[in-house]
Structures are given as structure tokens and as C-alpha cells.
Design a protein around this ligand. Structure first.
Ligand code: IGP
Length: 269
């Protein structure tokens, strides 16, 4: 079993428990009482490179990264630093996240929130919306094509944005066929868990114009942001570098400033 398959197996077990506790109808009812999802596509589709800042306690590759006793205050710092979207990991077993973290962050920030998890069923999409998320991650490598199409449709029908994650050009083709409007290129290989910083340069040119391009994983600082900006990224998704920084607000602000530099506009494709 690959790392991805074993993570998804654990996610399905935890999901079965939540499905027993809360019906789909209860989620729909809860979602109907919330304000509509914020249009994250619009926030990412600007001239500047947007920063998606992630609340991330641990990961299968690095183990514990940061304690994060107060995810909402970390997210507030990210927002003050100029992040466009906050990503909240809700996977429990490997990443130490939860829907409680999502709720806490939603209560404190006004910008769009990405529920970062291993989504394999429509129930999880409803759950994301019922907990106030505006964006969900869908990992092409974890889904059959039919399931991917169905989930993207469901996400869009709820007024949300799908960040569709790919690792190679074949997966880009699948994402585009399935109706993706925002594609994330993950530099971390989900089989080996290694980061390959050349992944974006190799894969992003296959993403058609009009579809937003997000560079994910292994982004260390503003130099990396400039590099991805030159390669045509519309946004970067950053976790580890921000949770390990003692001043997350300034760390985000530096990346935002790097991505907004006017000199980049002429070089971006
Ligand atoms: O901590 P990093 O290297 O900055 O990476 C953030 C983000 O890209 C990473 O957490 C991620 C990308 N795709 C995922 C899928 C599942 C869980 C986590 C992820």
C-alpha cells in the first residue's frame, strides 16, 4: 500500500465514525444557516501572486512541526500578514488536524478558508461547507476519474472552489477534463514524500490558460515565491516555513510583498 493509500484508508475509518454521529441532512441543514461561500477564485486570480498560508501541526514526512495550541490566532496572524486564503489541515492521524481547528479559524478570520484533507466522498464536501470552508482540496491521485468529476461538480454547486492537486502532466489532463478551475502542483511526491522543486516548471506549462496555477509544498522564503512567480504561479501554498517561523505575520508579509513586486508582471507568462 502506498503512503497515500494508507492515509486514505485511515481517513475512511474516521469518516465512518463521523457519518454515524452526524447525518448528511444535518450537515445540509447546518450549511443552509451559514453565509454563502466566499469566491476564492476571484481572490487568487489577481496580478499579484497570492499566498495561501497553512495551519499545519505535523506531517508524515517531517513528524511534528509546531505545537499550535491556538490555530485561530496563528490564522489571524497570517491574515494580518496579507494571506489571501488560510489552509487548515483537518486530517487527524498523520497531520494532527481536526474540524475543531477549522471551526476555530472560521470564527476568527474573514478571508476564504481551504479545508485541507483527503476528500473521497460528497459527505466530506458537505462537512467542509457546514464548517464554513470556502475551498476544498481534491487530490487527483487519490480519486477515480468519475469520483473526481462528481466531487468537482458538487464543490462548484455549493458555490465553493476546488483546489485540484496534481503531480504530473497526466494528472493535469485528468484535472482539466474533470472541470478543474484551480490546479495545484504539489512538489512533494506522495509515494516517496520527497520534495522536487523542479516539479512546477515541468508540470505547470500543461495547465491551460484561464485555469489558476498554485505551487504547493517546499516553499521556504520570498526567493522561492519570486521563482514561482516567474514560472507563472498565481498562488503559492506554504505550511512548514510559516509554522516554524517565530513571526508568522512577517513571514507571510515578506512572501506577499515578493509576489506583488511590479517587476514580476512583465516576466510572468
Ligand atoms: O509544509 P509545506 O512543505 O509548505 O507544504 C504545504 C502544503 O503544500 C502541504 O501541506 C500539502 C500539499 N498537498 C497536501 C495534501 C495533503 C496534505 C498536505 C498537503
Amino acid at each position: 500500500m502506498s503512503v497515500l493509500q494508507s492515509i486514505v484508508a485511515g481517513v475512511r475509518e474516521d469518516l465512518a465514525v463521523r457519518e454515524q454521529a452526524t447525518s448528511m441532512d444535518a450537515l445540509k441543514e447546518r450549511a443552509s444557516r451559514l453565509p454563502s461561500a466566499i469566491d476564492a477564485y476571484q481572490r487568487l486570480a489577481r496580478d499579484e501572486v497570492a499566498v495561501i498560508a497553512e495551519v499545519k501541526r505535523s506531517s508524515p514526512s517531517k513528524g511534528d512541526l509546531a505545537e499550535i495550541t491556538d490555530p485561530a490566532s496563528l490564522a489571524t496572524e497570517y491574515e494580518a500578514g496579507g494571506a489571501s486564503v488560510i489552509s487548515v489541515l483537518t486530517e487527524q492521524r498523520r497531520f494532527g488536524g481536526s474540524l475543531t481547528d477549522l471551526d476555530a479559524v472560521r470564527a476568527k478570520v474573514d478571508i476564504p478558508i481551504l479545508r485541507k484533507d483527503f476528500i473521497v466522498t460528497p459527505y466530506q464536501v458537505w462537512e467542509a461547507r457546514a464548517h464554513g470552508a470556502d475551498v476544498v482540496l481534491l487530490i487527483v491521485a487519490a480519486l477515480e476519474q468519475m469520483a473526481l468529476e462528481g466531487l468537482i461538480e458538487r464543490v462548484h454547486s455549493l458555490g465553493m472552489t476546488a483546489l485540484v492537486e496534481v503531480h504530473d502532466t497526466d494528472e493535469v489532463a485528468r484535472a482539466v477534463d474533470a472541470g478543474a478551475r484551480v490546479v495545484g502542483v504539489n512538489a512533494r511526491n506522495l509515494k516517496t514524500l520527497e520534495v522536487d522543486r523542479h516539479t512546477f516548471a515541468r508540470v505547470a506549462p500543461a495547465i491551460p490558460d484561464g485555469i489558476l496555477r498554485v505551487a504547493e509544498s517546499g516553499i521556504r522564503d520570498s526567493h522561492d515565491v519570486v521563482e514561482y512567480a516567474r514560472l507563472g504561479a498565481d498562488a503559492v501554498l506554504v505550511g512548514e516555513a510559516l509554522v516554524k517561523d517565530r513571526d508568522p505575520r512577517t513571514a507571510v508579509a515578506e512572501m506577499v510583498a515578493a509576489g506583488a513586486h511590479p517587476a514580476l508582471r512583465s516576466v510572468r507568462p
